[in-house]
Structure formats: structure tokens, C-alpha cells
Design a binder for this molecule. Structure first.
Ligand code: AMP
Length: 395
């Protein structure tokens, strides 16, 4: 459970409330938003504040403007989309300094229930270095600070950590609460059996996740490209499949330590070319020279199905194969279908598995789809998230 004050613990009527949101949404080359998931996820906190008569000042980063104004990374399209979603005008405080004359004037002119959106916080070079000058400028706009940007909670920046120290109270919004509720319960007090499914390309990027989860889960399923490093550690041949030679010993160690928990694929869809239309076949055990594994096979799907059958909590991070190619997306889609029908708390934590769920339009069929790739990974690694640690403790 989140041991931090939340937005409901503050009387916000008439107060200037600065809300750090995660509006880091993808844009096409016409500056149109191509996926508004993160905007929709921010609405409950914003709507609550409007309803309770706050002056709502929103801020966020978008992309990596590297400390200078980049018109193609302006938050102007977000203001437009938010106006549509909220059914009320969101005033965009266009301002290359983020908190310059224009932003100050926009805030000064606010009435209760108004919404102002500041410009991309990463237009300022201080932001990602958590330099106090910019934190102070942000703080000067506000009486209350609400952090609702789970996607950047693993970073200590001015607009989350810096400002939390300067504006009191500094509390959590609904989205951060929800993320911590699902991810936190899954890892710390899950209904059991707890099964984690890890996939994706590399063992190296998921070592800490594997280590932390092995301590907590009843079963840990490994699929995707990272499985072949485990195969190699068992002395199997893996052809041209993805492998990280430096991590073979590590994979062996994990297999020894987690032998009652780790579940590896028992068959693999292989091909000679990294190409959706290349002919493919299924092999068990060894992958021949010149061939590479791009998906889990049908027996593996059945095996994973049996492991998941009685699970009460499932955490999934990483695809089971090269899901971007339809012919090698079967394993990932089978897991997705399984989770949709499972009578369990299902949590999709970060990165490409979220993309796979969204690609299939299955987001609302999971108990929770995390909005924070890196943040949810660090959470699963058992790390403290600085953006959350900086908020005021609940009594
Ligand atoms: P990650 O960013 O480590 O979670 O990895 C996600 C990527 O892993 C996706 O782009 C998948 O296409 C890729 N991937 C999954 N399985 C395989 C595989 N068997 N071979 C190569 N790439 C894979």
C-alpha cells in the first residue's frame, strides 16, 4: 500500500495546485497524438481537482528536447487533447522558459476550477539535473503539489523530486496510487499463486527483475529472446538465436537457484531469416546451425497455460517472441488471450508487453496496465522510486 498522503487529504478549494503529469505521448510528424493512453490515465486526478475548486496547473515533459525549446516537442497538442477530454478549455501557457512571464500571467489570471498547462519541463536544462533554480520557479506557482507522473517516478527531476521539497503539502495523485496499489500488492502481498512472465530480448536488462522476483513468486516463466541464453547455459545449441554470452554463467546460476520456480520453453519456432515471411518450423531442444528462434512453440504455450491455470496474481513483462511480426506473434498473443480469460489479478508491467496488449486492444481486459515502462521495471526490481519517496508520508 502507498504510505503517502494522497490528493484527497488536502483541502484544495481556491488553492493553486501544481500537478506533475506524464503527458509524454507519441506524436506523428503532423504533431498529432497517436496514443492518448497517458492523457486518459491522468484525467481522474485532474477532474477531482476541478470539481473541488482548485486552480489546476499541469506540467509534464515530452520526449528529449535536451534543455532547450524544440517546437516539435511542445505540449500544445496535449492542451488541445485535454480540452476535448475534459470538455472545458485548457489554457496552454506557451513559454520557452516554462515558468516565464507568460506562464506567470496565465496562472495569475486563473479562477477556481480553471486549468492551465505549462510548456515541456525539459525545455529547461535544469529539469533532469534536479537543479534548485527551476524547482523554485515551479514552486513559486503553487500552494499544493500533486505528483501523478508514474512514468517518471524512477527519476529525480525538478518537476517531481525538487518541487516536492519546496511545496507543502506534496501528495500523490490517483494514478500513482493505482500503480503502486497493483504493482505493490503483486510484489509484496499477492494473492497466491503468484506467477511472473518475463520475456523480451535481453537477460542483461532484466537481471535485477529476475533476482527480485525469484524471491517473491511461486513460478517464473521465461520466454522471448532471453530464453536462449538460458538454453545455452543448459548446453543446448541455439543456432543464430539471440544470446548474451557474458550472461550464460549467470543464467546457469539462476537455473540452479530457482530450479523449482523457473519455467523455460520446451519448443521453439525457428527460421533462417529475420523476416515475417521466411519459412519456419518448430523444434524441441536443440536449434540447428543457421536457424534462429523467434517465438515460443505450441507445446510451450500449453506448458505455460498449465502453469498459469491456477494463478491468482500474474505479472507480465516482455513479449514471448518477435511480436511485431505477425507470424512470430502467436506466443505473445496466446499469453495475452490466456490472461484475458484468467480469473486472477493480471498486471502488465511496462515496455513492449504493454505495446502488445494495446496492439490487441486488450488493455481494459487486464486488471492493470502500467503507464510507466522504466518505473514499473525499477519497481519490480525492488528499488525505491525517488518521485514517490519525496512525497509527504501518511500519518
Ligand atoms: P525488451 O525491450 O528487452 O523487453 O525486448 C522487446 C523486444 O524483444 C521486442 O522488440 C521483440 O521483438 C524482441 N524479441 C522477443 N523475442 C525475440 C526473439 N526470440 N528474437 C529476437 N528478438 C526478440
Amino acid at each position: 500500500m502507498l504510505n503517502k498522503l494522497n490528493v484527497e487529504s488536502v483541502d484544495v478549494k481556491g488553492k493553486r495546485v501544481l500537478v506533475r503529469c506524464d503527458f509524454n505521448v507519441p506524436l506523428n510528424d503532423k504533431q498529432e497524438i497517436t496514443d492518448d493512453t497517458r492523457i486518459v490515465a491522468a484525467l481522474p486526478t485532474i477532474e477531482y481537482l476541478i470539481k473541488n475548486g482548485a486552480k489546476v496547473i499541469l506540467c509534464s515533459h515530452m520526449g528529449k528536447p535536451k534543455g532547450e525549446p524544440k517546437p516539435e516537442l511542445s505540449l500544445a497538442p496535449v492542451a488541445k487533447k485535454l480540452s476535448e477530454k475534459l470538455g472545458k478549455d485548457v489554457i496552454f501557457a506557451a513559454d520557452d522558459n516554462v515558468v516565464g512571464d507568460n506562464a506567470k500571467a496565465a496562472v495569475a489570471a486563473m479562477s477556481d476550477g480553471d486549468v492551465v498547462l505549462l510548456e515541456n519541463t525539459r525545455y529547461r536544462k535544469e529539469e533532469t539535473k534536479n537543479v534548485e533554480t527551476f524547482s523554485k520557479e515551479l514552486a513559486s506557482l503553487a500552494d499544493v503539489f500533486v505528483n501523478d507522473a508514474f512514468g517518471t517516478a524512477h527519476r529525480a527531476h525538478c518537476s517531481n523530486v525538487g518541487v516536492s521539497a519546496l511545496v507543502k503539502p506534496a501528495v500523490a495523485g490517483y494514478l500513482i496510487e493505482k500503480e503502486i496499489k497493483f504493482l505493490g500488492n503483486a510484489v509484496n502481498s499477492p494473492e497466491r499463486p503468484l506467477v511472473a512472465i518475463l520475456g523480451g530480448s535481453k537477460v542483461s536488462t532484466k537481471i535485477s527483475v529476475i533476482e527480485n522476483l525469484l524471491k517473491k513468486v511461486d513460478k517464473l516463466i521465461i520466454g522471448g529472446g532471453m530464453a536462449y541464453t538460458f538454453f545455452a547455459s543448459q548446453g543446448k545449441t541455439i543456432g543464430n538465436s539471440l544470446v548474451e554470452p557474458d550472461y550464460i554463467d549467470y543464467a546457469k546460476k539462476m537455473l540452479d537457484e530457482g530450479k523449482d520456480k523457473l519455467v523455460l520453453p520446451v519448443d521453439t519456432v525457428i527460421t533462417e531469416k529475420f523476416d515475417n515471411d521466411a519459412p519456419s518450423k518448430v523444434v524441441e531442444d536443440n536449434i540447428p546451425d543457421g536457424w534462429m528462434g523467434l517465438d515460443i512453440g505450441p507445446k510451450t504455450i500449453e506448458l505455460f497455460k498449465s502453469v498459469l491455470a491456477d494463478a491468482k496474481t500474474v505479472v507480465w513483462n516482455g513479449p514471448m517472441g518477435v511480436f511485431e511480426m505477425p507470424n512470430f506473434a502467436k506466443g505473445t498473443n496466446a499469453i495475452l488471450d490466456l490472461l484475458v480469460d484468467l480469473d486472477a489479478t493480471t498486471i502488465v508491467g511496462g515496455g513492449d508487453s504493454v505495446a502488445a496488449v494495446n496492439q490487441a486492444g486488450a488493455g481494459d481486459k487486464m486488471s492493470h496496465v502500467s503507464t510507466g515502462g522504466g518505473a514499473s521495471m525499477e519497481f519490480l526490481e525492488g528499488k525505491e522510486l525517488p518521485g514517490i519517496a519525496a512525497l509527504d508520508d501518511a500519518e
